[in-house]
Design a protein around this ligand. Sequence first.
Ligand code: OAD
Length: 249
Amino acid sequence: MHIPDELAERLRRANHVGVLTGAGTSAESGVPTFRDALTGLWAQYDPQELATPEAFARQPQLVWDWYAWRRELVARATPNPGHFALAELESRAPQFTLITQNVDGLHQRAGSRNVIELHGNLARVKCSRDDRVVASWPETGERPPHCPDCGALLRPDVVWFGENLPPAALSQAVRAARTADFFLTIGTSGIVQPAASLPLEAAQAGALTVEINPDATPLSRWADYALRGPSGVLLPALLAAAWPELNSA
Ligand code: OAD
C-alpha cells in the first residue's frame, strides 16, 4: 500500500509520537483477537462468562484455566514485524509513548520500552483480596493457587469487565494522548472505554491521527488517515516511507 508523502513527512518531523494498540497488533503473532468472528478467543468462550469478577467468584478454576491457556499461547508466540516497527519508531521519535490494551507483553519482547499497560499483563498474578502482585506461591496443584500471605485466591493481574483501570496508567495515557502531535491507533475495535477515548483526546488536542486496521471502526471518523490492512505490513511500510534509509538497511 502506498503511504501518502504528507503522512510520512509528518511522522518524520513529529516531536511526540503517541500510539494506542489493541489485540489486532498481535493477530499476526497468532494471538487471537477478542472480537474477530472466526478466530476470536471469545467466539469459543463468552467473555462475560470469564473476564469478570463475578465469574471468578463463581467459577475460579474455569477462569484460572482459561488465563493459563492464554498465557501458554502467548509464551509460544513471537513479536511480529508490526511490534518491531513500533520499537524502531521509539528509537527514532524524540518522544514516544506506547499505550497498549494488550496483556501479552509482546511489545516489550520486541524492544519497546516506554509502554503503558492499560489492562494489565497476563504474566503477572495478584492476590484477589488486596491486589498485591505475587511472584511465587507454594505449588500444591490447586487451581487457582492461594496467596502465600493471606490465603485468598490468586488471580491474573488483568483488568476485568466492570473493574477500574490502574489509575496511574490511565492518567499517564491521557497525558500522552493530549501532548502527542502524532497519534497512531492500531488494531483495536475502539469500543472498550476508556481506552477508546484516547484517540479522540489526541485529535481534540490537535494531533495528526492515523488508524491502522483492516476494517473501519467507530474511531475511524477521528482519523486524519486510515490505513486499511494488517499492522504487520503497514507499520514497516510507514516507517520505511518516513525514513527511506531503512529500506537499504
Ligand atoms: P478487539 O478484538 O475488539 O479488536 C481487534 C481489532 O483488530 C479489530 O478492529 C480488527 O479489525 C483488528 N485487526 C485484526 N487483525 C489485524 C491486523 N493484522 N492488523 C491490525 N488490526 C487488525 O480487540 P481490542 O480492541 O484490543 O479488554 O479489545 C479491547 C479490549 O476488549 C481488550 O483489551 C480486552 C477486551 O475486553 C480487557 O480484557 C479488559
